[in-house]
Design a protein around this ligand. Structure first.
Ligand code: 3HC
Length: 286
């Protein structure tokens, strides 16, 4: 099985890592070698953690050997499946799909890791919209079991089943959506949690730390709600809101997230969000 991953950022490098761990031959594509080298370093760090814990049997070097990195789409010309994980900008995603449509074999399945954009809006740009599907991973992909599989109104049953099976082969637990609802299944719930948490803080009823303590100790979430927002990226949270409100969801976003983004406090990746971190990109609080 050969798979291309386009975009090697937070999600892309994690998806490439998961695919290679499951024995697939991976082509990881991005626009510059600086970005790809950073992705390589992040995959190696993650693989080392998984190896040290005994989660994977192969050494990080063995897993990395199946991942070819490139700044050219040419490496995708013989893949069976391609997944895009570039930022949530429709035009950008469409450009990626135009390229993938040109270069990959006619029967290859093209997937998007979008968390909010309708799959049909992306698929329509290709000559094979019935072979385009949503495959939404969660951060961090090597640890999070859930994968949402989202067929568009054009996607065939065969392509949907193929993608569900692929997720299982990657050791994931796929949840197959019946229709393309905004926010899919889990982000709809996630955004409501973020909204309520934010209201509690803005109204002075509780502090950020108190809300997070309640989330950990009562709801038994692995992270507090603001910790998770910081982890995902506050810009990602705000973008997600915009897209689902633009698609008809009630606008109940909370201004604290926008304010943080305006002051460039984007969460873990910026070293500061609702909490402060030891360094940008390091999930370790000060
Ligand atoms: N790769 C490999 N191993 C990793 C890792 C990674 N990327 N990140 C953490 N680990 C390992 C650590 O090394 C540690 O291993 P150890 O037990 O052997 O020391 C173990 O996982 C636990 O990590 P930490 O001690 O650093 O911290 P936690 O116990 O809090 O676990 C977590 C981290 C797994 C991220 C956990 O907090 C968690 O599950 N958080 C919730 C994440 C979540 O909900 N993600 C979804 C976000 S929404 C999304 O992505 C959708 C998008 O559309 C917005």
């Amino acid at each position: 099985m050969r798979i291309a991953v386009v975009g090697s950022g937070t999600m892309g490098h994690g998806i490439a890592e998961v695919a290679s761990i499951s024995g697939m031959e991976v082509k990881l594509i991005d626009i510059s070698w600086d970005i790809l080298n950073r992705a390589k370093q992040r995959m190696e760090e993650s693989l080392k953690r998984l190896y040290d814990r005994g989660t994977i049997k192969e050494s990080p070097e063995q897993v990395m050997r199946r991942i070819e990195m490139s700044t050219s789409y040419e490496v995708a010309k013989e893949v069976d499946f391609a997944i895009e994980a570039v930022p949530e900008i429709l035009d950008l995603k469409r450009k990626v799909f135009e390229q993938l449509d040109k270069i990959t074999p006619r029967d290859a399945v093209l997937a998007t890791n979008t968390s909010s954009i309708p799959i049909s809006d992306i698929g329509e740009i290709t000559s094979r919209k019935e072979r385009v599907i949503g495959m939404h991973f969660f951060n961090p992909p090597p640890l999070m079991k859930l994968v949402e599989v989202i067929p568009s109104k054009y996607t065939t049953e065969e392509v949907t089943n193929f993608t569900v099976d692929l997720a299982k082969k990657m050791g994931k637990v796929p949840v197959r959506l019946k229709v393309e609802v905004p926010g899919f299944v889990s982000n709809r719930i996630f955004l409501r949690l973020l909204q309520e948490a934010c209201r509690e803080v803005e109204s002075g009823e509780a502090t950020v730390e108190e809300v997070d303590s309640a989330a950990r100790n009562k709801l038994k979430l692995p992270m507090g709600i603001f910790e998770l927002a910081d982890y995902v990226g506050l810009d990602v949270v705000v973008d997600l809101w915009k897209v689902i409100v633009g698609r008809g969801a009630k606008d109940v976003s909370c201004s604290s997230y926008n304010k943080k983004v305006e002051s460039k406090e984007l969460g873990v990746k910026a070293g500061k969000g609702f909490y402060s971190y030891q360094a940008p990109g390091k999930y370790s609080k000060v």
